[in-house]
Ligand binder design. Structure first.
Ligand code: URA
Length: 261
């Protein structure tokens, strides 16, 4: 029996698939795996034999490869191209965009977030969803903006991960480790005066520790720069009571910029 879906049901099904991360059509037509022919005996034997073999050791170290690649870059365009050519992080295969940065690279303040979400993946820029809009309001409260041309009031924004993890899951330690050399090079090329780390993942990548409730509001040092951890704006959306602490941290940042300005 033929079942014709109405427009709204078809759209709801499509949105559901996108939500699950199935955002790419691999073939022109769907394949019904239940109707696929059974494996030939020869193929089954070959796959059994392959399973019996001890797992081959990876011949490359993704962290070392990332370090060499990142080091070889001379400017931001080169760094972005190097990241696009880096094949060892599987997240790239499920993502629509490589989300590199936004804002003014001449800014005194460089912000490092976690990873793109759905909106960032779609648009190709960091912090453009609800958390990003809150971030913009937080920055505006201390007279900073990612749109500003003047370096004094500008910000530059990137993430630890340039690719969206499926269903926005937390990045895994090996993913963070292999992408940190690119973050470090990013900081070296932008040469900001201060770094701001948004949330636990940024702290884990840059400072090697988590515990944002303890770390926030205290200056530490990373890549030779003064570094201020803060609550992630997505956390502030879920926990408005923490906005008071975030406000104190913003004032701390502003005071630092004024004292060195
Ligand atoms: N959260 C992040 O940490 N980064 C983004 O780009 C968006 C949301």
């Amino acid at each position: 029996m033929e079942s014709a879906l109405d427009y709204y049901s078809a759209r709801a099904l499509l949105e559901w698939q996108i939500e699950l991360g199935a955002t790419e059509a691999i073939l022109d037509a769907p394949v019904n795996r239940y109707e696929a022919p059974a494996q030939s005996p020869a193929r089954a034997a070959a796959s059994q034999a392959a399973q019996a073999l001890p797992e081959a050791k990876p011949t490359v170290d993704p962290v070392k490869e990332a370090m060499a690649l990142a080091k070889s870059t001379q400017d931001l365009a080169g760094l972005k191209a190097a990241m696009a050519s880096f094949e060892h992080c599987d997240l790239r295969r499920g993502a629509r965009s490589l989300v590199f940065s936004d804002g003014n690279p001449a800014a005194r303040v460089m912000i490092i977030g976690e990873a793109p979400g759905r909106d960032e993946d779609r648009i190709g820029k960091p912090f453009v969803g609800r958390a990003g809009q809150l971030l913009d309001r937080m920055l505006a409260a201390i007279d900073l903006s990612r749109e500003a041309e003047s370096a004094d009031i500008a910000t530059y924004i990137t993430n630890v991960l340039p690719w969206r993890p499926p269903q926005n899951r937390d990045p895994k330690p090996d993913e963070i480790a292999m992408l940190m050399p690119f973050v470090q090079r990013h900081v070296e090329l932008v040469k900001p005066e201060v770094l701001v780390l948004m949330g636990n993942i940024a702290c884990q990548g840059v400072l090697g520790k988590r515990g944002i409730t303890r770390l926030r509001g205290e200056w530490s040092e990373a890549f030779g720069l003064p570094t201020l951890p803060m609550f992630h704006p997505a956390y502030l959306l879920r926990s408005p009571h923490a906005k008071r602490d975030a406000w104190a941290d913003l004032l701390e940042l502003k005071a630092r910029l004024l004292s060195k300005g």
